[in-house]
Design a protein around this ligand. Structure first.
Ligand code: CDP
Length: 246
């Protein structure tokens, strides 16, 4: 959410950000795949101050039955923010913001999952935001993609997600909390990393066409870095399986 202006210097005279990052630098990201026993696939992700858990269930018979599609599977994505995940306690349960994020994320994954293989089924993706620090939709999509791969769900490619935006008058990669609250724009992006297709692109705030191009360029580079971390998480997961530990 872009919060407008405040008396806060988001970029110092040397061009460094509040947390010391350069404009095109991402916050640290770690991902662990296969963390939930009862899910078909799962992942735990930390991204800066974000802590996110993703579980995948299915493909399984879609319920209620009238939601079934005789030609392909449907994708459900539930994004939920824990009440304790933000500074001001969040009212539990769904709201407009979480419905919106769930909808755009489900549509992003409907583009990559091979749905035709599973008529009448649903693929249910559940993401819990345990701690939020800006960029949770990108964190949620990135974790969900690893969970889908962990579940062995056929996909045309892995989805990686990262945002760029503008804060303190400068285009920056991966906005931190204060940059998101007091910055000028936020552009979350998600891509199919096999085909290069864009599966999600949103924009909050204002950018000139030139700034938008730079932001998109930063976000694409961010997705590439995220993709490498996703692959490592899956390799580690299957190394554990081979060694008989999971
Ligand atoms: O998280 P993301 O940037 O994808 O979505 P947003 O709607 O732009 O929200 C930005 C940030 O605002 C979240 O990541 C949270 O850190 C914070 N937020 C909050 O503090 N309380 C809420 N009820 C919703 C969001």
């Amino acid at each position: 959410m872009m919060g407008g202006t405040a008396d806060i210097e988001l970029i110092d005279k040397k061009g460094k950000r509040l947390d010391g990052r350069k404009a095109d630098e991402m916050r640290p990201v770690t991902i662990e795949a296969g963390v939930l026993k009862r899910a078909n696939g799962s992942a735990y992700l930390e991204w800066g101050g974000n802590k996110v858990l993703a579980g995948v269930f299915g493909p399984r018979e879609a319920i209620p039955r009238h939601s079934q599609d005789a030609t392909k599977a449907i994708v459900n994505f539930r994004y939920n923010m824990a009440p304790f995940s933000v500074d001001d306690r969040k009212r539990p349960g769904p709201d407009r913001r979480s419905s919106e994020i769930g909808k755009v994320a489900a549509e992003a994954f409907a583009n990559v999952i091979v749905l035709e293989q599973f008529p009448r089924a649903s693929v249910d993706i559940v993401v819990e935001i345990l701690e939020a620090a800006a960029g949770t939709r990108c964190a949620a999509i990135t974790a969900a993609s690893v969970a889908l791969a962990d579940a062995g769900i056929p996909m045309k490619g892995m989805v990686a997600s990262c945002a760029a935006g503008k804060a303190g008058g400068k285009v920056v990669l991966d906005l931190a909390q204060k940059e998101d609250n007091f910055g000028e724009a936020d552009v979350p992006l998600a891509m199919n990393m096999t085909t290069g297709e864009v599966v999600l692109l949103q924009m909050d705030g204002d950018l000139s066409p030139k700034e938008f191009e730079t932001a998109l360029d930063y976000a694409m580079k961010g997705c590439k870095d995220i993709y490498e971390i996703q692959k490592k998480a899956l390799l580690t997961r299957y190394q554990r399986v081979i060694e008989g530990e999971a």
